[in-house]
Design a protein around this ligand. Structure first.
Ligand SMILES: [Zn+2]
Length: 464
């Protein structure tokens, strides 16, 4: 059975919607932000920390994992979930974007892409079938078709050629999944329910009552303010029942539902047990900022009937207004009942703009990469924590944030960590930034469920 997408609420003014996406490793609440775990790790963050922050799905990079440690090694370890000890859903990209953006590109042919490893210069070939094979070996919940990513700006002719190739590749990827996924699912250690985890849901009510409790909360594990946070304990790898508990991904319903009469439907119904779900394959709509080409690309992919659709090829240098226009136009071409994923975007404002235009899923390196470069996203805008003005600032990174970093550490201390190059600096900033992104998404979702998204949208715009 393929993944299932349920829409729970739709905004009356904008195109925003809130839903549930059922995947082999659990249910994801949309709209959702997916932190990027390039090499099987979100840099500087432990997996238990990500869980406590309420991360529901991670993005893994096929290109990097293929080169190191190699998808066969990961398959033999029981799949990426088990290898990295992450029981929740994983989306993997196809590897195409890295191949084409790391300047390692050799040659694009009808068959696929030749590229050189950025590590040792060795030559490799990535085809649509190979990208599926690697993603199946990783045990991904959501796989992406190999697409051609052309540089910005590109001519109409180059974009038109590219979307035609991307469509032919998408068909081949879909055929490959139909052919190979049975094999992928029956490989030892692969597929849902065999991730190497015993997930004991030790869900705690982690909401901070907002009474300014800081250090006293922290000796007892991670206590975040979100109603989504839950602590897992799992045994890895080894024996025992290895089924992720689908409920473990479900938030505390009280935090998200407008009233007890309209609770979020239980994702635990037998028909939707994660074990019965197969990995999904998403098609990627390309076409730059040209509406005619976007339409052609979307129509061709819709004919192939994917389980979800991504909007690719944006945030590559085009003006923001053009990006938003393209997102709005493209999302409007996609079927209502399938999840829509805007790839590689963006700032908190971009997430808000994307949700308002009908996008359900986002990924971006920005919160984590910026954190490592001493840039924090806060309710007051960006904070460059290395600045001398924070040398004696005893306030938290973000006075409005309830994350454990803001509850405990001062700006002056964070600045000191970055100035001295201590590894704790990037770790703490990453923790805060991921919390900030997830919290932004949660508040959007909550406003949707309460029918207040348009107000929220107007209040939140233009901070970044
Ligand atoms: Zn914080």
């Amino acid at each position: 059975m393929p993944i299932k997408f349920e829409i729970l609420a739709e905004d009356k003014v904008t195109r925003a919607r809130a839903g549930l996406l059922h995947t082999p490793h659990g249910v994801i609440e949309t709209p959702i932000f997916m932190p990027v775990g390039t090499c099987g790790t979100v840099k500087g963050m432990r997996q238990e920390e990500l869980e406590a922050l309420g991360v529901q799905i991670l993005l893994g990079n096929t290109y990097h994992l293929y080169l190191r440690p190699g998808h066969e090694l990961i398959r033999d370890a029981g799949g990426l979930h088990r290898f990295m000890s992450w029981p929740r859903p994983i989306l993997t990209d196809s590897g195409g974007f890295q191949v084409m953006s790391l300047k390692s590109l050799g040659k694009v042919t009808e068959d696929g892409v030749w590229f050189k490893s950025h590590l040792d210069g060795s030559s490799h070939f990535l085809s649509p079938e190979r990208a599926v094979e690697i993603q199946l070996a990783l045990g991904s919940d959501i796989m992406m078709c190999l697409d051609e990513c052309v540089e910005y700006p590109a001519t109409y002719e180059a974009l038109a050629r590219s979307i035609a190739l991307t469509t032919r590749w998408a068909k081949r990827a879909k055929d490959a999944v139909a052919r190979d996924s049975g094999q992928g699912k029956t490989e030892k250690g692969q597929g849902a329910g065999d991730s190497g985890f015993e997930t004991r849901d030790t869900r705690q009510e982690t909401r901070d009552a907002g009474q300014g409790v800081r250090a006293t909360r922290l000796g007892n594990g991670e206590l975040e303010s979100s109603g989504l946070a839950s602590n897992f304990e799992f045994r890895i790898p080894g024996s025992g029942p290895l089924t992720p508990n689908p409920e473990s991904l479900t938030p505390n319903p009280e935090s998200l539902t407008p009233s007890s009469e309209s609770r979020v439907p239980s994702p635990a119904s037998p028909a939707l047990s994660p074990q019965s779900l197969a990995p999904a394959l998403f098609g990627i709509v390309q076409g730059g900022t040209d509406k005619d080409l976007r339409r052609q690309s979307a129509e061709a992919l819709l004919n192939l009937d994917f389980e979800g659709y991504a909007v690719g090829g944006l945030a590559v240098g085009e003006p923001k207004s053009e990006m938003y226009d393209t997102v709005e136009f493209t999302a409007g071409l996609l079927p209502r009942d399938r999840p829509r994923y805007l790839m590689g975007v963006g700032t908190p404002d971009d997430l808000l703009a994307g949700v308002a235009r009908g996008i359900d899923m986002f990924d971006c390196v920005m919160p984590t990469r910026n954190a490592r470069n001493a840039c924090a996203f806060t309710s007051e805008g960006k904070v460059i924590i290395k600045n001398a003005r924070y040398a004696r600032d005893e306030g938290p990174l973000d006075p409005a944030c309830s994350c454990s970093v803001c509850r405990r550490y001062s700006r002056r201390y964070l600045r000191h960590l970055f100035v001295t190059g201590e590894m704790l600096g990037p770790m703490l900033a990453t923790h805060h930034n991921i919390h900030f992104y997830l919290d932004t998404m949660r508040r959007m979702r909550q406003s949707l469920l309460f029918g207040e998204f348009a107000d929220f949208h107007n209040r939140m715009r233009r901070k970044f």
